[in-house]
Design a protein around this ligand. Sequence first.
Ligand code: ARG
Length: 457
Amino acid sequence: MTKLWGGRFTESASAQAEAFGASISFDQKLAAVDLQGSLAHAQMLYEQGILEETEWQQIEAGLNHLQATIDQHVYSLADEDIHMNLERLLTEQIGPVAGKLHTARSRNDQVATDLHLWMEQHVLELLSSLRNLQSVITEQADQHVETVMPGYTHLQRAQPISLAHHLLAYFWMFERDAERLTDNLKRVRMSPLGAGALAGTTFPIDRFKSAELLGFEHVYPNSLDAVSDRDFVIEYLGIASTVMMHLSRFCEEIIIWASQEFSFIELSDAFSTGSSMMPQKKNPDFAELIRGKTGRVYGNLMGFLTTMKALPLAYNKDMQEDKEGVFDTADTVLQSVQIFTGMLESATFKTEALKKATMQDFSNATELADYLVTKGIPFREAHEIVGKAVLHCVQTGCFLKDLTLETYQTFHPVITEDVYPLLDPVQAVARRGSYGGTGFNAVREQLTQAKQTLQKA
Ligand code: ARG
């Protein structure tokens, strides 16, 4: 088969080199957006008087036909990439007039346009999946405002908190991810089309027209930058890595909570797996897999940053390496968000076990210290007194609520009967009413704020 660019060549390509350089095995994902880009380009050429009306009509019909039959296309390695494969198919469809489509265009601005268009669709899809996840978080939070659990620092029990508060922490992480994606869309919605190979074109094209037809918001002001910019991809890979990092942290907690040692959560059977050998096992495989896949998403970011790092202007074939990493990241992140959403939605929190955990620890020690402060003792001194009381409990095998008033008074005489209600973990949570704190009322306000944020999105 002769190459579309074969005019200047006398020898045919080495088969191995041809296969090495071809991108059709993966860039066929761009077929639909490539056709869309071609359609806009052709219409602009016609409106600018560069194509005759009949030529435009033939090209338009051919492109529409290819779009309608997209599942039946047969691509060939010899045609290297999706752009030349589609041009070949268009030629088969409408004859030599197909060759006019590439007037005032290069594959360099074509592939960049395709990637911008493809990314826009993907980012919108990811945004909507993230919104769905956020809404499931608010639904779970709704049911657990008054469920108390141990809050941790250093994975050591620190202070009791509301489960809803813990869940909502993730709501805000995903909110920031959604904001970042929305911002990324500004750079995604920029048109490189009409930049040509690198320098623009002698034809009287209208780049703003083709950009408008494609729904782009801006047009790259510099043709060199237009064809060689992949910042919008790198930015996306960074955001996707952050989404995965957030999911992975949440997954790690779910894995810990699902262990028998914690027993804070029961995952539904639909989102768990068994062991081929040990019949008793119920494993949180999907949480583990999401945590694991975070690594490859980070890898795609590092890989592509490195690919771009020393590229001189403008287009270089190195940039063909953008696609596999982006496609892989897009599939991985989208599926991870969706699987995670199902897993969280169908999980059951063991409210009794969570509460019990708060009663069998020293996470109410700060309450006792704060109590002493209200009785006029400086906080540092109070800290020391409570430390001694905790040590006493550890040595005698009890908790703070079990100490008698007599014992308390040996630690400090200001301690009276009114200390006991404060040692109750539910009280400890309820009293933390500061804005953004875990107090039940504060959490209710936070939940309202979260829901309003979602409604506005
Ligand atoms: N398949 C190429 C890519 O993905 C398309 C652009 C090729 N341009 C070129 N001058 N070889 O980057």
